[in-house]
Design a protein around this ligand. Sequence first.
Ligand code: HEC
Length: 97
Amino acid sequence: MRHILTLSTLLLATAAVAAGEPKLGQPLHDKQCVSCHVKQMGGDGSKIYTRSPRLVNDKKALRERVALCAKNTGAGWRPEDEENVTAYLNEQYYTFK
Ligand code: HEC
């Protein structure tokens, strides 16, 4: 039994890494993405993620939007940077499964 628990913990940890790391995404997001959203929405810009209706309604759309915006800003992000920012936005605002 203990073995099974250890194994599933390990699998969960691996899945978390593959799905991106919010802590690594936040500084990238704050640096490249916030100022323009602030201009659009005022405040701290986060209303762009919580407005209704919003553009993004599932995880796939979120990932695609992050990739598109990153490309537009010329941030030069690697795929793992995009994953980390996707994970950050999902944790903070979208909470898709
Ligand atoms: C030059 C301005 C600008 C920059 C820089 C920018 N965005 Fe955006 N972003 C927008 C605008 C404008 C919208 C709303 C588009 C619309 O309503 O059609 C938006 C919308 C979004 C949405 C969808 C919000 C929703 O409705 O669910 C996400 C996610 C997003 N941006 C992520 C990012 C990320 C990640 C970055 C950094 C790589 C970034 N943006 C940088 C202007 C910007």
